[in-house]
Design a protein around this ligand. Structure first.
Ligand code: HXC
Length: 267
């Protein structure tokens, strides 16, 4: 049972990149369940079209799929124009499209590094820019970027992702200050390990996931539902004073330090 009013986002329109799967799909469903109309953007047409159809049928709110690659600024401009033309407005942008594969830094090619920067960092900028020009500059809006916590320390095999998500954080804070006066809020959620995503199944399968869960202070991995509920809070009027916030949702995992086991064993 949702803790939010079911008409919380009635009359609002949200565009979500990476909306066909995983965390962003979960946010799209939560928004639709609370009254929003949604446009899901993903480079994989088959994912995004079926996801939009399922959301529309389940929640009885319009949901449209649009195939576009966030690495191509022009295709995002077309996606945003499509949202405004079909649904009449664009109140919310969720940047969830992300690339991730583990790779030792010495083995990573320049193109491998650049590909993740292009998707996560430049893709987020491209979508923000498109939404700004097509709607938000005139009417305001709310931007929610999906960041991560792995750049808070050093995460082996993730130099490309860490660099990209650090850029997403910088972008979130900068836009908050620059576009805040126009009524555009810019915030980010930084999920820790989220157990029920395809990415998690690939990046930390089975027993690895169990070991990570045991290290989380609340003793479990996060869920897509955890992130979707937080997204609703940030995007709703309950989050009206949040701007430039980067909110970790990781059960406290990123707070653990090198000394914690030594000191815990003395307690
Ligand atoms: C080394 C790799 C690689 C791998 C790709 N590359 N996969 N290098 N190990 N496993 C390199 C390629 O060799 C190539 O460089 C360059 O990256 C581009 O690869 P392509 O396959 O041509 O690119 P593309 O088809 O565009 O797709 C790449 C990708 C994809 C989008 C990055 O591999 C990917 O990540 N898919 C997974 C998407 C995903 O799961 N997203 C959720 C993220 S979860 P060269 O030099 O050979 O040309 C997340 C959570 C993190 O972010 C938090 C965890 C706690």
């Amino acid at each position: 049972m949702s803790p939010f009013r079911t008409d919380l986002f009635a009359g609002r329109v949200a565009l979500l990149t990476g909306g066909g799967t995983g965390i962003t799909r979960g946010i799209a469903e939560m928004l639709a369940a609370h009254g929003a109309e949604t446009v899901l953007v993903s480079r994989k047409a088959e994912h995004v079209m079926s996801a939009a159809t399922e959301i529309e049928q389940t929640f009885k709110r319009r949901s449209l799929g649009f195939a576009a690659d966030v690495r191509q600024p022009e295709s995002l401009e077309v996606a945003v124009a499509y949202a405004v033309k079909e649904l009449g407005r664009l109140d919310i942008l969720v940047n969830g499209a992300a690339g991730n594969f583990p790779c030792p830094s010495g083995d990573l090619t320049p193109n491998g590094f650049g590909t993740v920067i292009d998707i996560d960092a430049k893709g987020t900028f491209n979508a923000c820019r498109a939404a700004y020009h097509a709607w938000m500059r005139e009417h305001g809006g709310s931007i929610l970027n999906i960041s991560a916590t792995l750049h808070y320390g050093g995460t082996p095999g993730q130099v490309h992702v860490a660099a990209a998500k650090a850029a997403v954080d910088a972008l979130t804070r900068t836009l908050a200050v620059e576009w805040g006066p126009l009524g555009i809020r810019s915030n980010a959620i930084a999920p820790g390990p989220i157990g029920d995503t395809e990415g998690a199944k690939r990046l930390f399968p089975g027993e690895v996931g169990e070991r990570i869960a045991a290290a989380v202070p609340i003793q479990r991995l996060g869920t897509i539902a955890d992130i979707a509920a937080l997204a609703l809070f940030v995007l709703s009027d309950a989050g009206a004073n949040l701007n430039g916030a980067i909110i970790p949702s990781d059960g406290g995992l990123s707070l653990r330090g090198i000394f914690d086991q030594a000191f815990t064993s003395r307690l």
